[in-house]
Design a protein around this ligand. Structure first.
Ligand code: MN
Length: 381
């Protein structure tokens, strides 16, 4: 039996993970956590009978506790609750599918409790890769990527033995505005940005995909996961989202993983690794796909990607500034307080103004996050 704790069980990754668990009789969801969607969490408690659940706020926890009092399930809340789920003794594996930097601390605690990590939270490695990777090594814990691109790279690596990676080819759909001009980008509305051509995802990730900030975060994530220098990671625009990423080897061979654009396979692969099983979605039909196309990204147009490479090159706490500024800016955009391209101006401005530090502790990373938020609030709210 594989006992899994899911942090972020009501989101798009979490709900899909539960479908996979439901389809595999040797998997069990032992702990679940959500933000504020306690209605769905209650349904999940009734269906999956976890031992423990956690939500963001105390008042929601009190309410939920009352409504599931007929079931033997502990209800907790807040960061403490999230950590309790992440370190729950019956869990073998923790799927971290929460959005944002609040994923860092539960991941650290889960590693210290020797849980295998199925990593779907990008911010953890982007901001704290320098702490997480050595920690996982010390505790002998595997970090299995769930992000589709990183899963594809991980899958491609399985057959190469001790050979080293020559280049990582990180594919990107290019989002809905791939063919836009600068002028068209000026006028993008919230509604436009929330429509992704290939992937159904949460709001924040959808907007991050449209600005390509998401790809920038994935570049940083790949650097940590696969221990490659930034200069060996190449972003390749591939609008069909069929090749989920690839590696290039010294002899010129390119090995990649293809599939339909659906998170079910990467999630399931993390759950069953190294085993392969029949999945819950359609199979890829190459005859229906017909052709695949690839383009070089335009870094003038996609300033989000350019800034991400800059932040990654600076290292230290700059990726945290980049990420925190983006989180705040996207919130402002969702609240329709700023225009679309201002998201990138805010990131650039924060990168120029927030104090730098070497980000060698969680305290420093979190204080950089706070400083970035304060800086943005003082100017844009
Ligand atoms: Mn991705």
């Amino acid at each position: 039996m594989k006992n899994i704790a899911i942090l972020g069980s009501t989101g798009s990754i979490g709900t899909k993970a539960l479908k996979i668990i439901e389809n595999n009789s040797d998997m069990r969801a032992v702990a679940l956590s959500c933000g504020r969607n306690i209605k769905l969490l209650e349904e999940q408690i009734r269906r999956f009978k976890p031992y423990i659940v956690s939500c963001e706020r105390k008042e929601d926890a009190d309410c939920l506790r009352a409504s599931v009092k007929d079931i033997d399930c502990k209800v907790t809340y807040g960061m403490e609750g999230l950590i309790e789920c992440a370190t729950y003794d019956k869990a073998d594996m923790v799927l971290t599918a929460v959005v944002g930097m609040m994923g860092i601390l539960p991941t650290i605690e889960a590693i210290k409790h020797k849980k295998t990590i199925a990593l779907a939270n990008k911010e953890t490695l982007v901001t704290a890769g320098q702490i997480i990777m050595p920690l996982a090594k010390d505790y002998g814990v595997s970090i299995l990527p769930v992000d589709s691109e990183h899963s594809a790279i991980f899958q491609s690596l399985q057959g190469i033995g001790d050979n080293k990676i020559f280049k990582i080819l990180l594919t990107a759909s290019g989002g809905p505005f791939r063919t836009y001009t600068k002028e068209q980008l000026e006028n993008v509305t919230l509604k436009d940005a929330l429509k992704h051509p290939n992937w159904a995802m949460g709001k924040k990730v959808t907007i991050d995909s449209s600005t390509m900030v998401n790809k920038g975060l994935e570049v940083m994530e790949a650097k940590w996961l696969f221990n490659v220098p930034l200069s060996d990671i190449r972003v390749v625009i591939h609008p069909e989202s069929i090749l989920h990423s690839a590696i290039e080897l010294d002899d010129g061979a390119i090995i990649g993983q293809m599939g339909i654009p659906d998170m079910a396979l990467p999630i399931q692969y993390a759950f069953t690794y190294p085993e392969r099983r029949e999945g819950i979605t359609d199979r890829l039909d190459l005859f229906k796909v017909g052709k695949l196309t690839f383009f070089e990204p335009d870094l003038d147009l996609f300033k989000g990607l350019r800034l991400a490479f800059k932040a990654a090159e600076c290292g230290d706490n700059m990726p945290t500034v980049f990420n925190a500024a983006n989180e705040e800016a996207v919130k402002l955009f969702i609240d329709e307080k700023i225009k679309y391209l201002e998201i990138l101006d805010i990131i650039e401005n924060a990168m120029e103004n927030v104090k730098t530090n070497n980000a060698d502790s969680l305290d420093k990373i979190l204080s950089t996050q706070n400083e970035t938020i304060e800086y943005i609030n003082s100017r844009w709210k």
